[in-house]
Ligand binder design. Structure first.
Ligand code: PMP
Length: 361
């Protein structure tokens, strides 16, 4: 047989060709304020509990993750038939679009918002309809409803509180979209433990309401990749069809179960993260020329005069922050999440220095 030269590039789908890889800086030596994580170590005892488990790593995990679902059911008061777990909520976003999106279908988002919605839409051939936030902060419910009424629109995603603005949207407006759009409405509540607001109790009223949650933020498990979806059993069963059979590994399943047994310890961490976020907010607002957006999450969006040089100066001082680039209707800005108390104190000292024109150390 003749040998044929194969150029993989020529087979790449156009949708993938257009994608810019989602690259996150990996700089463990820095004070990491760029990824909205929980900076505290796990509650005392939890690590030991997890490592003393006799997990059979030569066997596949429980594909149904039944014990984990039972633990989540107790935490959320949603029956386990209404729960789907994923390899981070990132995977679940993709499963939602594989189930309800696709060629000729569209998804409505409210920029500026979490970037993975767009990426998953491209990968699943789902068109994206953007209805920007009013003043970069409030939902444009009227326009979103209008967009949702088009026959191609199948999914509306609302991020609440919104990443990266930190805004908590009105419950009534979201419910209006759930009631009047007639489409699948996904509410991403990745930061709900910080905002204290949730629409979980509304699930029983609406088969088109799906709520996305994660263990990556308040539960400090970003490295283990564990998220979950809540909805009515029939809706969840459809999404379950698109799920790879063993999408959540045994170790992360066990870690999730253990974490839900340490709720009171996590409550203490959450309270402390909220207090630290407030401290950072107040510190930032005291710096002349910096616009700071109010937040209900564990992160803060802010606009210094020259965000690029601020990010650079902060990095020189050992702080990794998220340079958001140019956000629709808001412009260039930076985002930080709360670090450990002492790190936040140092951060505030650093920004005061930078604002006074003291350059790199
Ligand atoms: N949704 C939002 C709003 C997020 O900010 C993030 C993480 N940045 C995710 C989902 C993804 O979280 P996970 O680690 O569970 O994939």
């Amino acid at each position: 047989m003749e040998t044929r030269l194969c150029k993989p590039t020529s087979f790449v789908r156009p949708e993938v060709r257009q994608l810019v890889p989602y690259e996150v800086k990996h700089m463990p030596e820095c004070v990491k304020l760029d990824a909205n994580e929980n900076p505290f170590p796990w509650p005392v005892g939890m690590r030991e509990d997890l490592f003393s488990e006799k997990l059979m790593f030569n066997r596949y995990p429980d594909g149904m993750a039944q014990d984990l679902k039972n633990a989540i059911a107790e935490y959320t008061r949603i029956s386990s038939a209404g729960i789907l777990v994923g390899n981070g909520s990132d995977e679940l976003i993709q499963l939602i679009l594989l189930t309800f999106g696709g060629l000729g279908k569209s998804m409505i988002i409210h920029p500026p918002t979490f970037g993975m919605y767009q990426i998953s839409a491209h990968l699943t051939d789902t068109a994206v309809v953007e209805v920007p936030l009013l003043n970069g902060l409030d939902l444009n419910t009227e326009q979103m409803l209008k967009a949702a009424l088009s026959p191609e629109a199948h999914v509306v995603i609302i991020c609440n509180p919104n990443n990266p603005t930190g805004t908590l949207f009105s419950r009534e407006e979201i419910l209006q979209l759930v009631r009047e759009s007639g489409k699948i409405v996904v509410v991403d509540e990745a930061y709900a433990e910080f905002s204290g607001e949730t629409l979980i109790p509304e699930i029983e009223n609406y088969p088109n309401l799906v709520i996305l949650r994660t263990f990556s933020k308040s539960f400090g498990m970003a490295g283990l990749r564990l998220g979950y979806l809540l909805g009515q059993p029939e809706t969840i069963a459809w999404i379950n069809r698109a799920r790879p059979p063993f999408n959540v590994n045994s170790f992360s399943q066990k870690a999730g179960i253990l974490a839900l047994g340490y709720l009171s310890e996590y409550q203490v961490q959450i309270q402390s993260i909220k207090a630290e976020t407030q401290k950072l907010y107040e510190g930032l607002t005291q710096v002349a020329g910096v616009v700071v957006y109010p937040t209900k999450a564990n992160f803060i969006l802010f606009k210094p005069g020259d965000p690029d040089s601020w990010a650079e100066e902060l990095l020189k001082r050992g702080f990794l922050v998220r340079n958001m680039g140019v956000l629709p209707t808001i412009g260039k800005c930076l985002r930080i999440s709360a670090g450990l108390p002492e790190e936040n104190d140092r951060f505030l000292r650093a920004i005061r220095e930078i604002s006074m024109g003291v350059t790199g150390v």
